[in-house]
Design a protein around this ligand. Structure first.
Ligand code: FES
Ligand SMILES: [Fe+2]
Length: 403
C-alpha cells in the first residue's frame, strides 16, 4: 500500500533512538531530496595535497551525479572544476588522475586550460566569444593538507573546523603526509547504511575480530572509560593532547560545517593498528612516542579520519546512486617515509582492508533486509549513540514544512 504521508510527515514520524523507516532508504524522492539538501551542500574529502604536486597534476572525484576535476594550476594553486563540458555537457576528463597541459573534451574537442577557461572550440563562428564558456568552478578548500570540495555555490563555512582541528592536524603533521595506498570499495546498498555502520561499533565484536583485538571502541561505554583513564596517563607522558570536540554542537550552528575530534585508547600492547601491535611506519608530526592512542576526526557528513601515531586512514563514503555507494580509503604516512624501507603497503592496509571487506558484507545484508516487507525500525543500543546522532542530523536536513 502506498504511504500517503508527505516527506515532511514521514520525517517527523521517525522515532528518536530507533532505526529509520524503510521509505527513508528506498523512496527515490527521498534520495532526490538528499542530493539537494545533503550531498550537494556539504564538503567531501577529495584527497591530500601531496597527490597533486606539479602544475597540471589532476584527479577526478565523483559524488553521485557530480564529477569534479581537481588540478594544480600553473601558478601552483589548487583548483576544482565541474567535469562537464560547456558545449553539450559531456564529461571532459575521463582519466582518474594524471598530468596534463590542458583538458580536451572527448566529444567534439573543446579544449580547456588548467584554470578552466575555454582555449579552443573548433569550427565555431568567428565571432564566438569563448570568455563565458569556462568550466564551472567547484568550491575547494584545503584543511591540514586535506583537500575538500563542495558542489554548492554557498558551501558551509569550514572556519570552526579549521580553528579547532588545527592543533591535532599539526600534532600528526597532516600537511606533511603522503598517500601510501588507496582503495575503493563499492557496496550495493543505500549510502546511509554504509555511514550508519561506520558510526557504530556494536557490530565490531562479532564482525571484526581483527579490529576488536586492538580498538577499545568495541567495548561498552563504561568499560571503555576505564581503559581511557589509563591512556590519559600514557598520553601526558608522551605529550599528546586529548581534545574532545562535540560535533553535535557545531552541527547546530547555522552555515557551519560539522566536525568532530576524539581520542581513544588502543588495548595494551597495541602501539598502532597493526597485526601484532608494533609500529607500521615512522612516527607522525610532532609525536615523540607511541602512546597507544588513536584519534578520530570527522569533517562533514561523509569524511572520517583515524590517526594512529604512525599513519592516518581516511574514509570517504558517498552515494553512487540511490542503491549503490562507495567507500574510498586513503592510507597516509609521513611524506619522507620510503615504501619497502619504512613501511610495507600490505601490512599498512591490512587492518582496514579486512575490516572494510567485512563491513561490505554486513552493509549489503542490511540493505537486503531493509527492503523486505517484514522490515520495521528497531531500537538502538547504548553503543549506537553516534549513529543515533547522525540520523538526527540527517532528519534535520530533510525536515522542511514546505515539503
Ligand atoms: S560536448 Fe564537449 S566538445 Fe561537445
Ligand atoms: Fe565495521
Amino acid at each position: 500500500m502506498t504511504d500517503p504521508r508527505t516527506i515532511s510527515e514521514l520525517v517527523s514520524d521517525q522515532r528518536p533512538g530507533w532505526s529509520l523507516e524503510q521509505r527513508l532508504y528506498t523512496d527515490p524522492a527521498i534520495f532526490e531530496l538528499e542530493i539537494e539538501r545533503i550531498i550537494l551542500r556539504n564538503w567531501v574529502l577529495a584527497g591530500h595535497v601531496s597527490e597533486l604536486q606539479e602544475a597540471g597534476d589532476f584527479k577526478v572525484v565523483n559524488v553521485a551525479n557530480e564529477s569534479a576535476i581537481i588540478v594544480r594550476g600553473k601558478s601552483g594553486e589548487l583548483l576544482a572544476h565541474a567535469n562537464v563540458c560547456r558545449h553539450r555537457g559531456s564529461l571532459v576528463c575521463l582519466a582518474h588522475q594524471g598530468n596534463t597541459r590542458k583538458f580536451e573534451c572527448p566529444y567534439h574537442g573543446w579544449m580547456y586550460d588548467l584554470d578552466g577557461s575555454l582555449l579552443a572550440a573548433r569550427s565555431m563562428p568567428a565571432e564566438f566569444d569563448k570568455g563565458p564558456f569556462s568550466l564551472h568552478a567547484v568550491a575547494l578548500e584545503v584543511l591540514g593538507g586535506l583537500i575538500f570540495i563542495c558542489f554548492s555555490d554557498r558551501p558551509p563555512s569550514l572556519a570552526g573546523a579549521r580553528a579547532d582541528l588545527a592543533r591535532p592536524f599539526a600534532m600528526f603533521g597532516f600537511e606533511n603526509l603522503k598517500v601510501a595506498a588507496k582503495k575503493s570499495y563499492e557496496f550495493a546498498a543505500n549510502w546511509k547504511l554504509a555511514i550508519e555502520n561506520y558510526q557504530e561499533c556494536y557490530h565490531c565484536a562479532s564482525a571484526h575480530p581483527e579490529y576488536a583485538r586492538m580498538h577499545t571502541l568495541m567495548l561498552d561505554p563504561a568499560k571503555r572509560s576505564r581503559v581511557q583513564q589509563e591512556m590519559r596517563k600514557r598520553m601526558s607522558d608522551c605529550g599528546l593532547v586529548d581534545l574532545n570536540i562535540d560535533f553535535i554542537d557545531t552541527h547546530a550552528r547555522p552555515d557551519e560545517q560539522g566536525y568532530g575530534y576524539s581520542r581513544t585508547a588502543l588495548f595494551d600492547g597495541y602501539q598502532t593498528g597493526s597485526r601484532d601491535g608494533r609500529p607500521l611506519a615512522p612516527l607522525l608530526g610532532e609525536l615523540t612516542d607511541f602512546d597507544g592512542g588513536a584519534s578520530d576526526f570527522t569533517v562533514g557528513p561523509f569524511s572520517f579520519l583515524l590517526a594512529y601515531s604512525d599513519h592516518v586512514v581516511a574514509y570517504v563514503f558517498t552515494p553512487i546512486d540511490a542503491t549503490h555507494c562507495k567507500c574510498e580509503i586513503f592510507w597516509l604516512v609521513r611524506d619522507d617515509a620510503e615504501a619497502g624501507e619504512d613501511y610495507d603497503e600490505t601490512e599498512l592496509t591490512w587492518l582496514w582492508d579486512v575490516t572494510t571487506q567485512a563491513d561490505k558484507r554486513i552493509i549489503v545484508n542490511n540493505w537486503r533486509g531493509v527492503q523486505s516487507t517484514y522490515y520495521r525500525p528497531g531500537p538502538f543500543s547504548a553503543m549506537e549513540q553516534m549513529q543515533a546522532r547522525y540520523i538526527t542530523w540527517l532528519l534535520q536536513q530533510l525536515a522542511d514544512d514546505k515539503l
